[in-house]
Design a protein around this ligand. Structure first.
Ligand code: HEC
Ligand code: HEC
Length: 370
């Protein structure tokens, strides 16, 4: 009932700008098919390359420009600083890791590892998700334990298996040892009496991440360019919907907007990580994870919170089986994968170019391999 109302409202909104093109069914038409004997009014079968308006309305184009945060307005100065901090290995204990080591911006924001080597090559338990389009999710991390990218950015630097800085003090000492950084903080936070703070370190990186968006053909399609997707991709999209993937993967990010159980209808093979239950202390949320975004999914494997699956077709089959209780054949799997490949957007090449970093001084703390 609720779903119907949502679909009806959304379809109405689309109907305003784009009145019922050939092949698109209004909800009224869809309702009539139950009673009216006209076979022509039937829903297009999943194998059709006609994408109904109600399907399009389940998704949305990526935001233009940036994912805004009123508490951290994006400015060019903050972005310029955040970009430097993102690439600077001197915010890791041994000066060998930056955010970009595990979230390589030239490689779709990931490192292509199941789990990432951090300080002294230690590995955490979870796969590195992409930083592209992450700012728009309901929360950060697989378990949503940080509210936004600003708060998230303060974590890895002090995490002993990631960048392993001993404390915030060492981070601030590192910044203050380089006059160019101090000047950049002053420019980015002109109203602050003391601009060099750990909070502002997070805010600058967060501001930079808020423009890491990758719009592509799917966005053009949703905005009305029907030729932006091939027939095979449209068929795959219809199958993605009719299989039930859109129970969880919807919206601008095809995910990123709710928590769901990994293994909803059949226990997930790896139950070591209880996911969200560890954050909320609520047993009912055992094995719940943030539903990941499927933007650029063909580029961001290996898959799942533990990086346990390398192949996208395999990941799709597992989703059908464990989340929906369905066995997908090879042909249907491939059709869905073909659609998922159309979710690959464009990398903002100029925006992500590595900037020149301030030179170290005698005061800059030295690398520490221990
Ligand atoms: C050693 C590898 C490593 C480094 C270095 C690292 N990260 Fe991560 N990052 C991860 C892993 C692993 C996760 C997932 C952890 C989890 O969910 O518990 C993650 C999660 C994230 C997320 C959440 C994305 C989402 O979809 O929820 C963001 C954003 C992010 N990192 C940004 C950064 C930034 C900014 C830096 C630098 C300050 C950084 N990371 C440094 C490995 C790393
Ligand atoms: C009931 C909710 C639900 C349904 C239905 C669902 N998914 Fe998922 N999906 C999730 C969750 C939760 C995860 C994260 C699981 C994990 O990492 O352990 C996920 C992960 C994925 C991943 C891996 C993402 C990554 O970054 O590693 C892909 C690909 C995927 N889903 C595709 C699909 C497809 C295709 C369908 C339909 C056949 C589908 N999903 C149906 C909830 C769902």
């Amino acid at each position: 009932m609720r779903a119907l109302v949502i679909i009806a409202t959304a379809a109405l909104a689309i109907g305003c700008s784009k009145p019922n093109e050939a092949g698109e069914k209004t909800p009224e038409a869809a309702d009539k098919k139950a009673t009216a004997p006209t076979p022509k009014a039937a829903e297009p079968p999943p194998a059709s390359a006609t994408v109904p308006a109600a399907t399009k309305s389940m998704f949305a184009a990526l935001p233009a420009g940036e994912v805004a945060n009123p508490k951290n307005p994006v400015t060019e100065e903050k972005i310029a600083l955040g970009r430097m901090l993102y690439y600077d290995t001197r915010f890791s204990k041994n000066h060998d890791l930056s955010c970009n080591s595990c979230h390589d911006l030239a490689r779709w924001g990931v490192d292509a590892e199941a789990t990432s080597p951090g300080h002294k090559k230690q590995r955490g338990d979870r796969n590195s998700p992409t930083v592209y389009n992450a700012a728009g999710h309901i929360a950060q991390f697989w378990d949503g334990r940080e509210p936004d990218v600003e708060a998230q950015a303060k974590g890895p630097v002090l995490n002993p298996v990631e960048m392993a800085m001993p404390d915030e003090g060492r981070v601030l000492e590192t910044i203050k040892s380089m006059p160019e950084y101090v000047a950049a903080f002053q420019k980015a936070f002109p109203d602050d009496a003391e601009p060099v703070t750990y909070d502002n370190f997070g805010k600058a990186i967060g501001a930079f991440e808020r423009r890491l968006l990758t719009p592509g053909r799917f966005d053009a399609f949703l905005k009305g360019d029907d030729d932006a997707l091939t027939d095979a991709e449209k068929k795959g999209l219809n199958l993605f919907v009719s299989t039930g993937c859109t129970t969880c993967h919807t919206g601008a990010y095809l995910g990123g907007h709710m928590y769901q159980k990994a293994g909803l209808v059949k226990p997930w093979p790896n139950e070591k990580d209880i996911g969200r239950a560890k954050v909320t202390g609520n047993d009912a949320e055992k094995f719940f994870f943030k539903v990941p975004s499927l933007r650029n999914i063909a580029k961001t494997g290996p898959y799942f919170h533990d990086g346990s699956v390398a192949s996208l077709p395999e990941a799709v089959k597992m989703m059908a089986e464990y989340q929906l209780g369905k066995q997908l054949g090879d042909e249907d799997t491939q059709a869905i994968v073909t659609f998922l490949e159309a979710l690959t957007g464009e990398l903002p090449t100029d925006y992500i170019a590595k900037p020149e970093l301030p030179a170290s001084t005698d005061q800059t703390p030295k690398p520490d391999p221990n």
